[in-house]
Design a protein around this ligand. Sequence first.
Ligand SMILES: [Zn+2]
Length: 102
Amino acid sequence: MAYRPHFLVLSGLSGCLPNDIQVFIEQRSAVLYAQELFSLSDRKAKKLMGSGILKLSLETDGAQYVQIYQCSCQSPQVHFELPASPDAKELIEELKTEADNG
Ligand SMILES: [Zn+2]
């Protein structure tokens, strides 16, 4: 199966497994998702885009961090059991088609 770079949006508590994971093809979509999820200001979204991780407040955001991680795993489909974003659904369909074709 063809390798596709993909971005994971992870969020949760420091030192724990992420509470929420979403997979995206576009970094921009990943940032937009995180921005919407935590009502981030444009400034914070930019920071997240630049550094890949943003500290949050557990009291106000319900999570301690949000991270955008460019996943280099060879099988993006392992993430597809997660609730898929519209962006990821397209990728899933593509990969399924590729799999069907051989
Ligand atoms: Zn992956």
